[in-house]
Design a protein. Structure first.
Length: 179
């Protein structure tokens, strides 16, 4: 698993796996996220014909089996996951309960999680709307109206940027979320 550091103009090797042809057992990495809390890796383990998917942090602070994962993000206090029909916000402190946001359509998807702070996160439902979750209060509210195609949001220095396309035109939007 590699990433490119633009500032250093270099490729960083995070993990290296040896894959063997015709071998069914072992670990297959899918994706990872790096953040303030460290690195979180999505892997699938094959052993004796059985497969198990999981998300796990490098430091062992977070480790959960997971199926049907569409997208995820690693925050300072939570892991946000998107699966078909719902978004789950899983606290790193196992004493706190999970918070799950159920979508009105169980076939809808969520992705593009962006933590605004330790307990506030935005994410996208399907490709048509941005939502805002306050994890302390356990609430989710629409941040935007339903649109044709909404891009994945970018969050930098208190500003959310995204675009909307109707198939012909693209409109760019900026939301200032600084207090």
């Amino acid at each position: 698993m590699k990433s490119f550091d633009v500032a250093a103009d270099t490729i960083i090797v995070h993990e290296q796996y040896d894959l063997t042809k015709r071998k069914q057992d072992g670990i297959l990495p899918f994706d990872f996220r790096s953040g303030d809390a460290g690195r979180l890796i999505h892997t699938r383990t094959f052993k004796d014909g059985t497969k198990t998917s999981r998300l796990a942090s490098d430091d062992g602070r977070f480790q959960r089996p997971i199926d049907g994962l569409i997208d995820f993000e690693y925050g300072a206090d939570y892991v946000a996951t998107g699966e078909e029909g719902h978004a789950a916000f899983l606290p790193l402190d196992s004493k706190q309960p999970d918070f799950t946001y159920e979508l009105s359509d169980r076939h809808s998807t969520v992705d593009a999680f962006r933590f605004l702070s330790r307990d506030r996160v935005i994410f996208r439902e399907n490709t048509s709307q941005l939502l805002y979750a306050d994890l302390t209060r356990g609430t989710v509210a629409p941040l935007t109206e339903m649109e044709d195609t909404t891009s994945k949001p970018i969050y930098v220095n208190g500003t959310i940027a995204y675009s909307v396309s109707n198939g012909q035109d693209v409109t760019f939007h900026v939301i200032d979320v600084t207090p």
